[in-house]
Design a protein around this ligand. Structure first.
Ligand SMILES: [Zn+2]
Length: 283
């Protein structure tokens, strides 16, 4: 889910490869930006169609998807990037409408899953191929899909068309997330199509920005611990001194995500003192 509500820029539609269609779901919000992008990948020589991220279960959205599928041929599969409602809620309804199975990482992640996809598994769209890339971090079950002939990556919520992506504790894991970003940087696709917002036509610079943005925040978190143990609230007051205090609870989640990453790496540890959790440098 992106932390941006920047509206979609229509000219980004021009960047879509042949046989790829984007259907914007009518679910705009602070967390979904302009709404969820449902994508269709069609092989027009065979009439095979695959749907990526059915989106919210809204009848008018499902009708637009089924009409778009019919204009190309027949749906062979419904792929889901991860089990957040704005991506997977309509999976079962769309399966009933299209008669196509639902593919995802796991049933624990997406309840409607018919077929689980391992990392690097390939889904055929007629003669075209979509390769599943296991990319956890935003959520444990996150998949991206690479349309190989177009060198185009359907990125789900790993990257947003505008702004950055929220990685919050419980669901998110920043250590996994950074590894997934670096994997995409190595993959170096020509085009990234995120589930929220416009196409990303310069993937390398956006991925580098995402990585450097988190690394800079991590340096701030480590610096905030340089003079002894601190609580998250104390650290937020220092790191986000120039940010409205109303946003500090959200900032605290981000700081905690960084601390949990550093803890997994053995670079910080926590200690309960007088009912308060204090964080310190070192294992
Ligand atoms: Zn999500």
């Amino acid at each position: 889910m992106p932390a941006s509500d920047t509206p979609h820029t229509p000219d980004a539609l021009d960047a879509l490869p042949a046989g790829v269609e984007r259907i914007l779901a009518p679910n705009p919000s602070l967390m979904t930006g302009p709404g969820t992008n449902t994508f269709l990948v069609a092989d027009d020589t065979s009439g095979a169609v695959v749907v990526i991220d059915p989106g919210p279960d809204i009848p008018e959205h499902l009708q637009r998807i089924t009409e778009a599928v019919a204009s190309h041929g027949t749906a062979r599969a419904i792929l889901v990037t991860h089990g957040h409602p704005d991506h997977e809620e309509a999976a079962a309804s769309l399966r009933a409408l299209l008669g196509a199975p639902v593919y995802a990482w796991s049933r624990a992640g997406v309840a409607a899953t018919d077929v689980t996809l391992a990392d690097d598994a390939v889904v055929a769209v007629g003669k075209r191929q979509l390769r599943a890339l296991y990319t956890p971090g935003h959520r444990f079950d996150h998949l991206c899909f690479l349309l190989e002939d177009a060198d185009t990556l359907f990125a789900g919520d790993l990257i947003a068309g505008e702004g950055t992506v929220v990685i919050a504790p419980l669901e998110g894991d920043l250590l996994d997330y950074m590894a997934s970003l670096r994997r995409l940087l190595v993959l170096d696709p020509r085009l990234i199509l995120p589930a929220h917002g416009p196409a990303i036509v310069e993937p390398r610079s956006v991925l580098e920005y995402y990585i450097s943005h988190r690394e800079a925040r991590e340096r701030q978190v480590l610096a905030a611990l340089a003079h002894g143990p601190r609580t998250v609230v104390e650290m937020v007051r220092v790191i986000y001194a120039d940010v409205d205090a109303d946003l500090h609870p959200v900032a605290a989640l981000s700081v905690l995500a960084h601390l949990q990453k550093l803890e997994r790496e053995g670079r910080v540890h926590r200690q309960a003192v007088d009912d308060e959790e204090r964080w310190s440098l070192g294992a």
